[in-house]
Every structure is written in C-alpha cells, then in structure tokens.
Design a protein around this ligand. Sequence first.
Ligand code: TXA
Ligand code: MG
Length: 329
Amino acid sequence: MTKIIKVDPDNPEEDKIKIPAKIIRKGGLVAFPTETVYGLGADGLSGSAVRKIFIAKNRPMDNPLILHVSDPSMIYEIAEANEIAEELIEEFFPGPLTLVMRRKEVVPDEVTAGLDTVAVRMPSNKIALKLIELSGTPISAPSANIAGKPSPTKAEHVIEDLWGRIDCIVDGGETEIGIESTVVDVTTYPVEVLRPGGLEIERLREVVDVKFFKGDVSIPKSPGMKYRHYAPDAQLQVIYGKKDEVVKKICELYEKYTKKGLRVGLAVTDRKYYRAEVIEEMGKTPQEIARNLFDVLRRLDKKSDIIIAEGIEERGLGFAIMNLSLIHI
Ligand code: TXA
Ligand code: MG
C-alpha cells in the first residue's frame, strides 16, 4: 500500500512529515515535492535503500542520483567543495542547481554509479527541506516518474507512475518551477553544464565561466545523458520560428496527420490560433511554460499518436525547455 500524505506547502505540518521521515530512516521510498519536480527519495547513505529506487523506477543502475541536503553544512560530509563550488553554493543554494563534486567515502556506489563524483542539491521547497531535516540523512532522489516518462510536477503524476511500488507520497501540490535542476560539474574549469534546467545559464554566467558538455554521449560523462528523458509515448514534434509561420506549419501538419487517421495533440501558447480537438495551452512566458509543460505532455500523451508543440526562444528558461531532449524537427 502506498500512503498519501497531504501537506501544506506554505506551512508544512511537522507532525505529518514525521511519518515519511520515519519511512526514509527505515530504508523505505518516499515521493516528495521539490521546487523543480517531485523526487523519489531514499536514505542516501544506505546502499540497499537506494537500490530500491532503481527497481521502482525501472532506472538503469549506471545512471547516478542526486543527494539532497537541507543545510549547506551537510554538503561537506558527502563531497569535497572546491572554491568555485563554495561560490555557487553561496549564491544559488537553496535552489534549482545541482553541483557535481568529488565524493567522500560515505557515499554508497549505488548513488554515484561507481563514479568518483557525487551530485548534490539543496532544494528550496519547504516540505523537502523539512523531510530531509527530520530524516537526519541526505536523501537520494531522482525525479519520481517511471523512467522514460515526463517528470512529475503533481502528486497525481506520481500516483499514475508509482502507485503500489513505493511506500509513501507526500502531496504538496504543484511544483513551482516544473522542470529539473540545472546540473553543473564543478570539478573542471570552466564549469560544465551537464543538463540545462531551472537555474538559467545567464544567471550562472554572472558568477562563473560556463561551458557545455559536448562529448560522445555513448561514453557518458553524465551517464544520464545517454538515456532519453521526458519522452512521451506519442511522437513529439517541436516547431519553432516566427510566430505566424509556426502557426501555419502546425496547422498544415495537423491536417496532414489527421487525414492519415492519426490522433494529433497540440501543445501551444495560445489556443485561439488553432482549430483542433485535442489541444492544451502551455502558457505564454517561459516560466509558465516550464511549470505546465510536463503536465501538458502527460495529458496529450493519453489522447494522441503525435504531439506537435510550439517551440520557444532559447533564452532564460526557454533554453532549458528547448533542450529537454525533445525531438526537434
Ligand atoms: O530537479 C531535479 O534535479 C530533480 C529533483 C527531484 O531534485 N531530480 C532529478 O534527478 O532530476 P534525476 O535523477 O532525474 O536527474 C539527475 C541527473 C541525471 O542526468 C544524472 O545522470 C546526473 O544528474 N548526475 C547525477 N550524478 C552525477 C554525477 N556524479 N556525475 C554526472 N552526472 C550526474
Ligand atoms: Mg529524471
């Protein structure tokens, strides 16, 4: 049985969070909200607890996990923070940034997939912070979806994917940012962005020099990069360019696929430009789009063979959104 516990995201009730904290301490699995997406947490210092995460999610064991802390002082027990790490921690923790640093001995191989580095993040979500604090251990957590599905931004998404496979779901409402954290390797200089996410690259650049991972993805530096993320079951096409051209192109494709008997779903910024049966609005600003995107993809996925989405400008959160391993056409 999976227990569901509803918690107030603004004023998390401590007595309610004691229950999932106890589950974590006993080696169980708890899904919980962060400001990015829901995570699937286990005691990050227990190899056997961490192994359960991979089984519940169907996640390949060679894709390492992020350790979540509730206080910067916890970082030094699990990782070696160099000067640049210190600067980024000072500037951006708590928040949607994950730092890859040299690991310490206490971190189990299950977390790091045997690498000599460990990914660490301090979420800003109050429920997440309280849960980590009461558990008294760093919590290892990937996104709480079945591998290959869009990350969950609501408790309902977690229920859809993991009901019956985990011990507890803490329902703290919709997540604020809606896409995952930005992952940065600080063991090299310039620091290397392994995954664009909720912290805009422009903001990182104000503090450090940044380069992008461009290696051979079949020999992964970030093992996660060889896997397809966020992929809905339906085929996904992203159309970008000038607004009126995008609308025109999407309408053409809609006609073409519909005539072939395919079910087409549209993910758009404004529905008034379209006449389609299955259509969802993502929002207008990059912030709104980030918040709604995974929910929209999940909803369309249930009703479509092909999803056609409007692309957006690759600036600010738009850069992360357009780099979510979507299939660009
Ligand atoms: O916002 C987030 O980051 C969410 C919430 C729950 O915190 N978590 C999340 O975890 O997205 P996950 O496991 O879905 O993505 C973590 C990414 C993966 O691409 C993984 O390969 C990479 O971080 N990663 C983890 N440890 C690493 C390491 N030591 N070196 C390089 N990449 C690492
Ligand atoms: Mg994930």
